[in-house]
Design a binder for this molecule. Structure first.
Ligand code: NI
Length: 388
């Protein structure tokens, strides 16, 4: 990659890092990205999904299949504590998940593809609102990706060193669904529990029983999480309330386990509640599906990384990431591969994403840009050849 492009990308990343914006509020970010992409003279440049941007980089062959590269652009409600010279100037908001880098490497891939085009056009999708799991779905609803035949995206990962890339078929990130259980009993004086149907004692039993889903219902070789993160009940120490509520998150890496978790949450909570003479109302807000990489797209991605970085640089994911990633919405309709790009220097600590100390090696920008551009070229070439 030429030095001038490197310098431009580092400057862009630092500017985005210093001016982070929350999901669907990426107004300045969108404007900055539009300006950067205008310089590449894309054949189209559109706003999408309120605060997102899509640039179309022309391919060599008119009418050849279109592929896409996605970079997410939003930040998190976290007060930055990195001490970086270009730390956030937006109080309480921080690029603590590396989406500043993802936006930048997508622009870098656009620059590389402008210089050495793919067979077909490549859409550079700068997607808002990944952190709330809504941006990708909004981009898909726009219809602008309707003719896309393959899609690639990546996340920085400090578990891996710079130059290492994960590009493999199968599950890469988990589904994330929210559940809410409202337990309605009968309130009473705390001194006369026999006159109540106590939703708090019921809630305690429900919480314990839900732990048996992962330990006794899910195949132990299959990753799954049931976490209750919110409980709410009661107004005074001597009052048995009428209602208790709890909320949690469900994670799975395959569709069957995801369905099983939901069915079991409903089954267990309604029956435990019935045993306590309490009514349980169970609701789910369907979140992101699991990220499951398509085998062929993963081959294009691992071949791209191996060519650019050497075969030894393509490393296995290892333990499955149970976080959610809304790239999964694209993969429901478009074969795609989501990569992990190493972002830690050898001697550095592993600082997890969403930490106020999170920072990444800027070399990762160049790796991400080059690998994603090459993913697009390979997919495009093979899809174009098939057409003939
Ligand atoms: Ni992220």
């Amino acid at each position: 990659m030429p030095d001038a492009l490197r310098e431009r990308l580092v400057a862009l990343r630092r500017d985005l890092h210093q001016n982070p914006e929350l999901s669907f509020a990426e107004h300045r970010t969108g404007d900055v990205l539009v300006r950067e992409l205008e310089e590449l003279s894309p054949s189209r440049l559109d706003r999408v999904a309120r605060t997102g941007v899509i640039a179309r980089i022309a391919g060599r062959e008119r009418g050849a299949p279109v592929v896409a590269i996605r970079g997410d652009i939003d930040a998190l409600p976290i007060q930055e504590a990195t001490g970086l010279a270009f730390a956030s100037t937006n109080a309480g908001v921080m690029h603590a998940c590396g989406h500043d880098v993802h936006a930048t490497w997508a622009v870098g891939a656009a620059a590389l593809l402008s210089n050495a085009p793919a067979a077909g056009d490549v859409l550079i999708v700068l997607q808002p609102a990944e952190e709330i799991g809504e941006g990708a779905a909004a981009v898909m609803e726009s219809g602008q990706l309707d003719d896309v035949r393959a899609i690639f995206g990546a996340h920085v990962d400090r578990r891996f060193t710079v130059g290492q890339v994960v590009a493999q078929a199968g599950p890469l990130a988990a589904s994330a669904d929210v559940f809410e259980i409202v337990l309605t009993g009968r309130g009473a004086h705390g001194a006369r529990p026999h006159e109540s149907a106590d939703p708090i004692v019921c809630m305690a039993a429900v919480i314990s029983a839900l732990q048996t889903i992962v330990s006794r219902r899910v195949n132990p070789a299959t990753p799954a999480v049931v976490t209750i993160g919110m409980v709410n009940a009661g107004t005074a120490s001597n009052v048995i309330p009428e209602r208790a509520e709890l909320r949690g998150t469900l994670r799975a890496t395959d569709h069957d386990t995801r369905a099983l978790l939901q069915a079991e949450v409903r089954e267990i909570s309604t029956h435990i509640a019935a045993a306590h003479h309490v009514q349980a109302a169970v609701t789910f807000s369907a979140g992101v599906p699991p990220v499951i990489n398509d085998a062929r797209a993963a081959r294009w991605a691992s071949d791209a990384a191996a060519e650019l970085l050497g075969a030894a640089s393509v490393v296995p994911l290892g333990i499955t990431n149970m976080a959610g990633e809304d790239f999964a919405w694209y993969q429901r309709q478009i074969p795609g591969c989501f990569l992990r790009v190493g972002a830690r220097e050898h001697d550095e600590l592993v600082i997890p994403a969403h930490s106020p100390q999170f920072d990444v090696s800027e070399e990762a920008i160049f790796v991400g840009a080059a690998v994603l551009a090459e993913c697009a070229r390979r997919a495009s070439a093979e899809l174009a050849a098939e057409r003939k």
